[in-house]
Design a protein around this ligand. Structure first.
Ligand code: ATP
Ligand code: MG
Length: 584
């Protein structure tokens, strides 16, 4: 305690009055610890059944029974026992353990309001620090004011009462991380929620961490294949890139991310999927899907569902990012999906309003832009000196009625390296993935595309753009000349080729075969309804005829001219076979 003149005083509380000898010992302890005489006075406190609590300034020495039990439990937790050696370890711990004479900073709850608590007495607490309440609920410091602070709660505020104790942890919010997280489903604090038992982390990483600087990075130069023909051919994504997936609800946004994760099988890429504000049942379904297709082996799912506190939804993407960073800084390639950041912004807005920060555009607080930029900046392709790892980020944003000019979409578009724009109209007409070719872009992935893909995809974007233009022009005219008709049917064929069902990622050589055939008009006269059959048939025909060539394309990413000729010849041969079978 500090009295009016700022002198340090000590207050001793207990249920029973201390003896003279005890008072003498406390006095000696104070002089020794604070290097001066500290006046001590005693106050009766019936809530403390056994032992003492000594408060000096904002330092608290909790020597009550409760305090001792808590300190002993904390001590045991730090030991991180493996399951089998628990008993001997506890025995040893009990004989070695000494009561802490390190002061704790303890504050008092002033008010609790749903997801926010205000606390007094924690003078030295820092922004972002984790506090622990008497009920065990954790919170994170968000606002520091003179004499008090506000903190967001990760758990139930109903168990916290005004006047109860709060403890500092001296730790900023962090996430336990490690290889053991692969294959698991956890909440935003890293606690498993899949019922598969405890996770033994390798270490602990802060959820907020500075993004790598320019010198620690190198250009994006390796593809992150999605296995989706539309994206890999026209909007290639590179390892270390940030590519936004944006569209209205139910347009297949999650499906694209999910397929990309599935396509990383056997490619030595770790995946982190962060679900924010979703229904628990949707997340369960996604996990089930990943499991069934053997993708959980290299994936961790972090879920902060709609039913969890806004604080947990707010930190979930940062927690995911911390885990992804753990892998990246070990030299691994990582893919992280944030599904989705619109719901993240909404959770942050709810928190900010509760914290009484002044609302700005669309009632979001002014720093919502910074919220997402400091998250996405952490995606990178690290330089070789820093291990050469990478983090590719696929943030997802939901639009309302296709409006990309709303606040959150424009913000995130401006801090990513491109966007895949999905459209309801295309989706409902059966064009899935419903990628709008005109509005989508990938600004850095082109350098990462392999030579084989780049040369095969050639002018597909241009051809499609011409087709779309012509489609609009010819909509109302009935008599078209033959050249125009051919152009239109070519375009329709391309569009049909780009349709791809879920869970069926295409490997590089398959994409190369399809693109080579299509762009050389081999499929020109295949009826649209036969396209799926033609495509499947063509792939197995070529794979059977030239398995070595296919393997070579996958391995090297090169397609020499003579190989391209070979593929073309085989496609034409197959066309003859196909025509023979299906008449045409
Ligand atoms: P939400 O806004 O609810 O998050 P979303 O945009 O993430 O939706 P998805 O959940 O990925 O959309 O997909 C919506 C539905 O469309 C799902 O039932 C999914 O199985 C289906 N779907 C997505 N992509 C395809 C596809 N390529 N082929 C067939 N069905 C698809
Ligand atoms: Mg979704």
């Amino acid at each position: 305690m500090r009295n009016a003149r700022g002198r340090l005083t000590a207050e001793l509380r207990s249920a029973r009055e201390p003896s003279q000898v005890q008072l003498q010992r406390f006095g000696d302890f104070l002089t020794r610890t604070y290097q001066r005489k500290v006046p001590l006075h005693w106050e009766k406190d019936d809530t403390l059944h056994t032992g003492f609590r000594l408060q000096v300034g904002s330092d608290v020495y909790d020597w009550t029974l409760d305090g001792r039990v808590r300190q002993f439990t904390d001590y045991l937790r730090q030991l991180e026992p493996g399951e089998e050696e628990l008993l001997p370890l506890m025995r040893q711990a009990a004989s070695n353990w000494e009561l802490s004479i390190i002061p704790e900073e303890i504050g008092e709850v002033l008010t609790v309001d749903g997801e926010i608590a205000t606390v007094s007495g924690l003078e030295h607490a820092q922004y972002g620090e984790i506090l622990v309440f008497a009920s065990g609920v954790k919170g994170m410091v968000q606002e520091l004011r003179r004499g008090e602070l506000s903190c967001v709660l990760f758990g139930d505020g109903e168990d916290i009462t005004a006047g109860s104790m709060v403890r500092r942890t001296h730790k900023t919010a962090g996430m336990p991380v490690g290889d053991a997280y692969l294959g698991r489903v956890v909440d935003a604090l890293g606690v498993p929620i899949d019922g598969k038992g405890r996770i033994h982390p390798d270490t602990y990483r802060p959820i907020e961490f500075p993004a790598p600087g320019i010198l620690d990075r190198q250009p994006v130069n390796t593809p992150m294949e999605t296995g989706l023909l539309t994206i890999d051919s026209m909007f290639p994504i590179g390892r270390g890139q940030r590519e936004l997936i944006i569209g209205d609800r139910q347009t297949g946004k999650t499906a694209i991310a999910l397929d990309t994760i599935l396509n990383q099988k056997g490619k030595d890429v770790m995946c982190v999927y962060v679900a924010i504000g979703q229904k628990t049942s949707s997340v369960a379904q996604l996990v089930e899907n990943l499991n069934r297709r053997g993708a959980m082996d290299y994936t961790c799912v972090i879920s902060a569902p709609a039913s969890s506190s806004a604080a947990l939804q707010y930190i979930a993407p940062y927690a995911g990012c911390a885990l992804a960073e753990f892998f990246m800084y070990q030299g691994q390639d990582v893919l992280i999906v944030y599904d989705d950041l619109s719901k993240h912004a909404i959770a942050y807005r709810a928190l900010s309003l509760l914290l009484e920060r002044s609302p700005g555009r669309e009632a979001y607080p002014g720093d919502v832009f910074y919220l997402h930029s400091r998250l996405l900046e952490r995606a990178a392709h690290l330089s070789d000196e820093r291990g050469g790892g990478s983090m590719t980020a696929l943030p997802i944003v939901e639009t309302q009625a296709g409006d990309v000019s709303a606040y959150i979409p424009t913000n995130i578009i401006s801090i990513t390296d491109g966007q895949i724009f999905l459209e309801s109209e295309l989706f409902f007409s059966g064009q899935r993935p419903a990628v709008n070719v005109g509005l989508s872009v990938s600004r850095v992935g082109g350098d990462a595309q392999t030579k084989a893909m780049k040369s095969s995809a050639g002018a597909i974007r241009l051809d499609l753009a011409q087709y779309r233009e012509m489609e609009v022009f010819t909509q109302f005219s009935s008599d078209l000349d033959d050249a125009t008709k051919r152009q239109l049917s070519y375009g329709q064929g391309l569009m049909r080729l780009l349709r791809q069902s879920q869970y069926a990622p295409l490997s590089q050589h398959q994409q190369v075969i399809l693109l080579t055939a299509a762009l050389h008009h081999v499929m020109q006269d295949v009826p649209l309804d036969d396209m799926d059959r033609f495509r499947a048939g063509l792939l197995s025909f070529v794979e059977e005829q030239v398995p070595d060539l296919c393997r070579r394309v996958d391995l090297t990413g090169f397609l020499p001219e003579e190989d391209r000729e070979e593929l073309l010849n085989l496609s034409r041969q197959f066309l003859e076979v196909f025509r023979g079978k299906h008449g045409g």
